[in-house]
Design a protein around this ligand. Sequence first.
Ligand code: C5J
Length: 230
Amino acid sequence: MTSTIAALPYDYELPENLNQLALVIIDMQRDFMEPGGFGAALGNDVTRLQAIVPTLKNLLEVCRTYHLPIFHTIECHKPDLSDCPSAKLKRGRGSLTIGDEGGMGRILVQGEPGNGIISELQPLPSEVLIPKPGKGAFYNTIFAAELQKRGITHLLIAGVTTEVCVQTTMREANDRGYECLLIEDCTESYFPAFKQATLEMVRAQGGIVGWTAPAIAVIEGLAQAVRVAV
Ligand code: C5J
């Protein structure tokens, strides 16, 4: 029997083998979540993003209980910025730009304090960390190989920011054949209207990019799938 998650635009079918389903948490790093990082340097109210942390932490713990594969991405660059596309360096310029010294070390540079994942969502050693130089998790990373190695076909996607790195990753994954569900209350944007537009556009036209559902529906669907499996 197939288990489903109550989602939009219609129910999301879970794979029979839950090992084929991964949770992907995008860029829950201090650079975007706390004052002194890249998000704040661009003039954004970073406190808006804090609202999703308890819900995402709970979902992460549920996924750990079911031993789902878990991936965490961080947007970052080498200290010499040699992996930073020139257009990215030129644009996205606020009071500080990529590589500048900010309140949490150098902006978006791997290994700096601001580049670390927030304390509530620290990855376990068994989980996969994907450093990524672009907005999407597939560009110039080990993500595709790590998914293929594990036979993953379905992705539950969470993190920040909804219309930038989250949406780019979901579109990249959709083009590669993954069945993607964006978790509505586990993603956030500095711009409420952009989040809403993203949710609507990914599930429009019969789920042209994928599905959306709240965390509670994901948790209920997973519980049903686990009951069916025993
Ligand atoms: C941005 C991201 N917004 N993680 N990065 O520049 O969405």
